[in-house]
Write a protein that binds this ligand. Sequence first.
Ligand SMILES: [Ca+2]
Length: 505
Amino acid sequence: MALQYPLASPSAACSPSTFTNLDLFGAEVLSLTAQTVSNFTRSVPRVYTFHHPTLSVENASFCNVTVSYTHPGQDDLIRVETWLPVDNWNERLQAVGGGGWVAGRSPLSEMAMTAALSEGYASVTTDAGLGGSEEPIYWALLSPGNAIIAKSLIKSFYGKGPKYSYWSGCSQGGRQGLMLAQRYPNAYDGIVASAPAINWAEIITSAYWPQFLMNQLGHYPHPCEFTYLTQAAIDACDLLDGVADGVISDPDACHFDPFTVVGNTIQCSEGEDVVLTTAAAVIANATWSGPRASDGRSLWYGLGYGADFTGGQFKAGVAVTECDNDTCSGVPSPLTTQWIQLFIEKKKSFDLEKITHEDLDRIYHAAISEYNSMLGTNDPDISAFRNAGGKLLTFHGLEDQIIPPKGTERYYRSVASRLPDVDDFYRHFEIPGLGHCFGGNNATPTTSFDMLRAWVENGTKPETVPVSFRDASGQEFSRPLCPFPQKARFEHGDPTKASSFSCRS
Ligand SMILES: [Ca+2]
């Protein structure tokens, strides 16, 4: 996509002496490196860029400024990496978020920065104190520091600050984006936050639920049992939205009963036959309906029908199992086990396999009471962000295999009930078929960042967001995403064309 901007060039050299007047309130700069990177050539597939199309850079040059700083007395070490285009700065800043435990400065954030660079943005990422170490610690305390640093570096390098500043992130990066809107409303003009991990304590504790149940049952289903059940749910509910496209676009209408297929023989990809067990149906049902306390109380939302909770190629799911011949075992995500061991129990060797339902009740309660004020970035009062003129977009895949999309729906609803003019500054879009940030039908929007920019800079409100995907036969479908609570409803005509759909409640 060719973006038309007046392009700016640096007025100073890419060397540490250019950036000596960096001033960060409450922090002490420990080191600063500045190095020109030349002949930088790379392509980033659209599914990994979040909110952008596939983008490439060829022989690009940028000034890579890395700042390390500490908050005196806190014994932390935070690194902020900023890329400043040498030839074609579009006078804008795009900050990119992290994923998992990682605040940024990871392969994913590097891809996002490459995408930003290709369109002329200065970009910034921070490890927020994690420093690439195994110990998840200070990332939670993301401050507006990286925005302040990036803006200051930009001013030193180009002789003027950015006209507009944006945030783009998914998952942890989505959580960071909403946290910035809630706590630092003046840091960014526009924020696009997808699959945001805002209800951190609930989400990450709940991610243990299927593994807990498997331990209780003493039975670990074969992954292909789960894959079969997911497909069976999709087959049962695909047509409820009026279109046979392999996607459940109306999940609230879906009530698939996995016990109806217990006993079916499944051909696993390795060629062996497996009979679908009652245990697999129990686990699937519980994963879809969400975790419950020992007294039966619902604790949090479940995943959508169609979510691949075996986690796909990266095994990033909540019901991952591995089988060696006929013996299968549970493989809980390190996210949830580290969370419970280090943050809740504060004991690295805490044995999660043996916990009782009462233990899980206690863990869940402790997670929320101890961490929600710090990590639960779900404060619906974003009036200060609105008053500053900020614009916010959130997206969530309905087949997210880690973070239940209902949590983001709940956040949007709570903002809307508090701030009746929500539509003027915040829009939420659900994406049928999409997994966690990518995966599933990979229907990631490719124009959402540009639409955010148009909303901020020209006042153009995003009415619908186009996406496309292919079904199992390779047939391509185009669709509009609709601002929540509307859904894309099939009207008439060719169901593969977006023009056959309209947005309605
Ligand atoms: Ca469908």
